[in-house]
Design a binder for this molecule. Structure first.
Ligand code: AMP
Length: 175
């Protein structure tokens, strides 16, 4: 069986010095790894009544629809500001320098729907917390989180728990 950590490529100093970028294109192009990845992201949620899987722009979009199909759920997109055509709500979150934002269509979740949040990577948790706030503002119920990669030396997980946080590959140090 393929070991997912072996098909994730580390690119040092990209997009800027000091960042160890976890490149998932090498995972996506490996058929066995891609299948195992979607199965792994999906497995804990099979009997949890998930109605919708939310993916965050941009790499969350690569996984959320496949997870949604596997769960018999729908898929919703949290996009960068100004990209969605319809009436939307926005959450801003802090970056190292400045702020960024995420938006969802204001009719994409009905009150009481169970929503699983999916992204490629959990670092500080700022992105996925902003997405969680959007879900809650629309009355959705966040059932948990699935990530391909977790940077375990950053506080992302502790900001999401006690809700269930599932990740497939955890890095315990920066390198
Ligand atoms: P955060 O909001 O700090 O949890 O950052 C998570 C988001 O930033 C995810 O959508 C990732 O795609 C991206 N990201 C953060 N750090 C890295 C990294 N070292 N390698 C690849 N993507 C990253």
């Amino acid at each position: 069986m393929v070991e997912l950590s072996n098909v994730i490529r580390n690119i040092p100093d990209w997009p800027k010095p000091g960042i160890q970028f976890k490149d998932i294109t090498t995972l996506l192009s490996n058929a066995e790894a891609l299948g195992a990845c979607i199965q792994g992201l999906t497995a804990p949620w099979k009997d949890k009544g998930v109605d919708l899987v939310l993916g965050t722009e941009a790499r969350g979009f690569l996984f959320a629809p496949a997870v949604a199909v596997a769960l018999g759920a729908g898929c919703v997109l949290a996009r960068k500001p100004g990209k969605l055509p319809g009436s939307s709500i926005r959450e801003e979150y802090a970056l190292e320098y400045g702020t960024d934002g995420l938006e969802v269509h204001d009719d994409c979740i009905r009150p009481g729907q169970n929503v699983l949040l999916v992204d490629d990577l959990l670092a500080t948790g700022g992105t996925i917390l902003a997405a969680s706030n959007l879900v809650r503002r629309l009355g959705g119920n966040v059932v948990g989180y699935s990530f391909v990669i977790e940077l375990g030396f950053l506080p992302g997980r502790s900001r999401l728990e006690p809700l269930p946080v599932h990740s497939l590959v955890t890095y315990s140090s920066e390198n």
